[in-house]
Design a protein around this ligand. Structure first.
Ligand code: GLU
Length: 425
């Protein structure tokens, strides 16, 4: 019996760091790792906070707060995206950084975990303001980032455009072009084919793998997808391609329902013409955003933010399967109820790992100076996602635990055993 674990306090407002730590603690107990290893894996290696004064278009100088947390470098250089969101805070970034460590370990790619964030609202900023902010952040992080050190990527609120600015600023400072310092770049700057849709693709592959175990025929299955950004829209489109009827989608403008199935390509085209929003989309009727979670669909895909499935709404879920496209969409307190209801959860650190997997391929291509075909990238991504699903599934059976805890067991075991070979001070 281990006594040293102090579970993160459970408050009514659950936070992603508390949720992550609860699952981590559970997996650690089951694996029976030592107290010292527990602390090695728990405490982030480095946490950087920077103040970023940026001249806004109206001439005013606004100072933003930026973060980069390196959770672990045991498996290799740290990897993880940069989030632009008004609610970004250090606790959230710490949770997201740790999730990156476990995510890379689950899919067995040679990276540690990190995450960055800037508290800002990119929707209310001009392209020029965002560019200056991104360049200021890169300059502040010159000693942190590096192709063998810490490799950023896009996350919520950022994309290829921001990664291009980061690569350019970093390259200027180093006096040479350094493509491998960041992934998720535009194709012309050393980006990889397949990177944009990679996270959604991984969601599709793991969803189909889970459906196979539940004996759900994709051609007869229905799904609801919450979030219609890069992850949700590609996941919806790829699931549709494999036969699944997508009955509901949503974004910040609201939720859209069509019992006969939404034409996903039409919804994507509409969103792209409409400033990135589904507002006014005619191919479905509007429902309350919360209703999306309680629809009688087979598969529910939360693909937006943390903590959208909580003990407040979990009782209403009718889906047989939840596939977590987002990071941390289910709070810890909802886990037990989900398990009691017998719902299969393909957890975030497995389901959304397709993105970082193709990031790894991008980094490899940059380093060998060669471009792979889309066919090769998709084939390798699918294989990694399928193999990882199977490994997690087998571990779940071996330990008699849900897939989420099994994924943590696979990840923690890998990082802990690697540390044992490397050693510390
Ligand atoms: N932000 C993505 C994630 O949460 C991708 C990270 C990466 O490619 O490094 O998995």
């Amino acid at each position: 019996m281990m006594t040293y674990i102090e579970p993160a306090p459970i408050t009514d407002k659950e936070n992603p760091l508390a949720s992550m730590m609860q699952r981590f603690d559970k997996a650690v107990q089951l694996l029976g790792i030592s107290e010292e290893m527990y602390h090695i894996l728990k405490v982030p290696r480095k946490q950087v906070i920077v103040g970023l004064p940026v001249t806004m278009d109206n001439g005013e100088i606004r100072t933003f707060e930026g973060y980069r947390v390196i959770h672990s470098t045991i498996l290799g250089p740290s990897k993880g995206g940069i989030r632009f969101d008004p609610a970004v805070n250090l606790d959230e970034v710490r949770a997201l950084a740790a999730w990156m460590t476990w995510k890379c370990a689950v899919v067995d790619i040679p990276y540690g975990g990190a995450k960055g964030g800037i508290a800002c609202n990119p929707r209310q900023m001009s392209a020029g303001e965002i560019e200056r902010l991104m360049r200021a952040y890169t300059t502040a992080m010159l000693d942190v980032f590096g192709p063998d050190q810490d490799i950023p990527a896009p996350d919520m609120g950022t994309g290829p455009r921001e990664m291009a600015w980061l690569m350019d600023e970093y390259s200027k400072a180093k006096g040479m072009t350094v493509q491998a310092v960041v992934t998720g770049k535009p194709l012309v700057l050393g980006g990889s084919l397949g990177r944009t849709e990679a996270t959604g693709r991984g969601v599709m592959v793991t969803a189909l793998a889970g459906m196979e175990k539940l004996r759900l025929n994709p051609y007869k299955a229905t799904a609801a997808v919450q979030g219609f950004g890069n992850v949700g829209s590609h996941a919806a489109s790829l699931l549709r391609e494999r036969g699944v009827c997508i009955q509901a989608i949503s974004d910040i403008s609201g939720a859209y329902y069509n019992q006969g199935g939404i034409d996903i390509e039409a919804a994507i085209a509409y969103r792209d013409r409409n400033n990135g929003m589904l507002e006014g989309f005619q191919g479905a009727e509007m429902i309350a955003p919360e209703e999306l979670f309680s629809l009688p669909v087979d598969v529910l895909v939360p693909a937006a933010k943390e903590d959208v499935i909580t003990h407040h709404n979990v009782a209403n879920i009718q889906a047989k399967m939840i596939v977590e496209g987002a990071n941390g969409p289910t709070s810890f307190r909802a886990d037990d109820i989900i398990n009691e209801k017998g719902i299969m959860v393909v957890p975030d650190i497995l389901a959304n790992a397709g993105g970082v997997t193709v990031s790894y391929f991008e980094w490899v291509q940059n380093r060998i100076g060669y471009k792979w075909t889309l066919e090769r990238i998709n084939r390798r991504t699918d294989r990694i996602m399928k193999d990882s699903f199977n490994k997690v599934y087998q571990t779940a059976q071996q330990y008699q635990v849900p897939l989420r805890i099994a994924a943590y067991i696979v990840a923690i075991d890998k990082v802990a055993s690697t540390y044992k070979y490397r050693g510390g001070y």
